[in-house]
Design a protein around this ligand. Structure first.
Ligand code: CA
Length: 228
């Protein structure tokens, strides 16, 4: 899961980034409206934390703009003044939730969890596909009685595949979503991590595998053992 934080108070933006990273999310932060729009339009984000009072373009205008562009990434508004008017305007403009400042870490994480579950095939603490499951709390990939702990990047990649089974995920999407927009990493690195994951899937003995669509990307597929 990659989150975008749109917040002009540097200290708060840094604290939010740190908290989210410590809790297993990938997070980027931007501090003004123009940058926010540019980042949101890449559509690599699963959730946006959007401050209302921003230099350049305010949060509500950003929200209206992206909804008009049919970008439906869930948005949690961060509002300094917990005024009813702001909240109502926010919900009207297409926000999914709001969080009045100041808020606690627990409150923030609860809202993020609630929204990231929405529309996802989250079963309690695990994502699954056929005989394969990924445990969020332990970062373990499991098949039957076998389990292998994944590294951070492997986990993020596997999570993305399990949320989009049988869909070809372009290499570029994987690169920007897992490594970020400003990354120096190239496609070779994506290939390396895909090969790590394949080795682990093989070791687990699962029917699930990662298929290459040459020149395009990768998809998670279920092999029907008997029909081969
Ligand atoms: Ca602000």
């Amino acid at each position: 899961m990659r989150l975008l934080i749109v917040e002009d108070e540097t200290a708060l933006a840094e604290a939010l980034t740190e908290i989210l990273k410590q809790n297993g999310y990938l997070a980027d932060a931007v501090a003004n409206g123009a940058e926010a729009l540019e980042y949101i339009r890449t559509q690599i984000y699963d959730l946006i934390l959007l401050d209302i009072m921003l230099p350049g373009m305010d949060g509500l205008s950003i929200l209206r703009q992206i909804r008009q562009e049919k970008i439906f990434t869930p948005v949690i508004l961060l509002t300094a003044k917990a005024e009813v008017d702001d909240i109502v305007a926010g919900l009207d403009a297409g926000s999914d939730d709001y969080l009045p400042k100041p808020f606690s870490t627990a409150e923030l994480l609860a809202r993020v969890r609630a929204l990231s579950r929405r529309g996802q095939q989250y079963r309690e603490n695990a994502l699954s596909c056929d005989d394969l499951s990924l445990q969020k709390s332990t970062m373990e990939l499991c098949c039957g009685e076998n389990a292998i702990r994944l590294g951070q990047k492997e986990y993020q990649l596997m999570e993305l595949f399990l949320r989009n089974p049988r869909q070809v995920l372009p290499k570029e999407l994987l690169l920007t979503k897992i490594w970020g927009l400003d990354t120096d990493t190239d496609y070779n690195n994506v290939e390396v991590y895909i090969s790590f994951l394949r080795q682990k899937l093989h070791a687990l003995g699962t029917r699930v595998s990662i298929k290459t669509s040459r020149g395009v990307g990768y998809s998670l597929e279920i092999t029907k053992g008997d029909s081969l």
